[in-house]
Write a protein that binds this ligand. Sequence first.
Ligand SMILES: [Zn+2]
Length: 343
Amino acid sequence: MTGSFTTAEDIILRGAELCRLSQKDIRRIITLKTSGSTGANKRLYFSDKDLGHTVDFFAEGMRFMCGSGDAVLICMGNTAPDGIATLLSEGLERIGARPYIYGGIADYKDAAARCREIRPHTIVGLPSQLRRLALEAPDIQPDNVLLSADYVALSVIETLSRIWHTKVFTHYGLTESGLGFAVQCPFLEGQHIRHDELSVEIIDPDTGEVLPVGQWGEIVFTTLRREAMPLYRYRTGDISRLIGGVCSCGHDKPRLDRVLGRITELKKPVPIYALDELLFACDDILDFTASLSSKTLTVSVVGDIKKAEELLIKAYPQYDIKVLAGSGFITHGTKKRALEITE
Ligand SMILES: [Zn+2]
């Protein structure tokens, strides 16, 4: 079956039309900057009930990791009312945990000091940032880490497990899905989907054909009870697959496997994900950004420049490799890491 879909462009062009409630019943509008040439933004509308369902999902999902009295440090979002960090806090409070919102990490010494002060049982944050925090502050050692909001490289999971002796969970979510989408249970056999909220399909991104369980393709979802802005067969632009069978925890609905990233990024000659796997496997490289022109791959590195250069020359002999010393990278809120294409 193929048929019609809703796309990011539909939300940009007809966002207000897709909103079913009057303005007075909208509790929050989340505006996402898009990289398109039009400069138009994506606006997502949520009612009280919609955000309440997100809090329900966060409470249920965090129960996989923590419970009453556990301190949880949230290293993402900011303190905006009804932002991801505050909704996650609400969910954590509901299960009796003690949430602390730190926000995205820009100053790693400061974040480490905060961790030593509150001794978090669980830390929630972006993969590249928590990996760097672990390398700079190996003593923190939370019981659990929850990675969200960007591609999770296997090299990042390996580093966090090894340095912090921690269990690494992943969450996949996007604003369009009401922030939450799927989260791993302690058996780590795939991410449990919010089946009460979302109906999920995997499609062939080129033909739109629905693919069977087990095949990789684009994640598409339909909201089942969204009040403000219901979405029908929304194309996420992300690649993953459904896992069938029963999870070791007893959950018997299809789960979402690891997310391989955004299609736009995967189509680039050197996706940032490949660079993450390569460079984040080396503990002497703390962070990096990358750009590609026709023949030159330029990488700014925080850490051992020489090692980064060696790894890159070996992996990408077809490009001229330029490695620069990067300074601390600024946190860009919800902006995902990407290879910059320059001409
Ligand atoms: Zn499970």
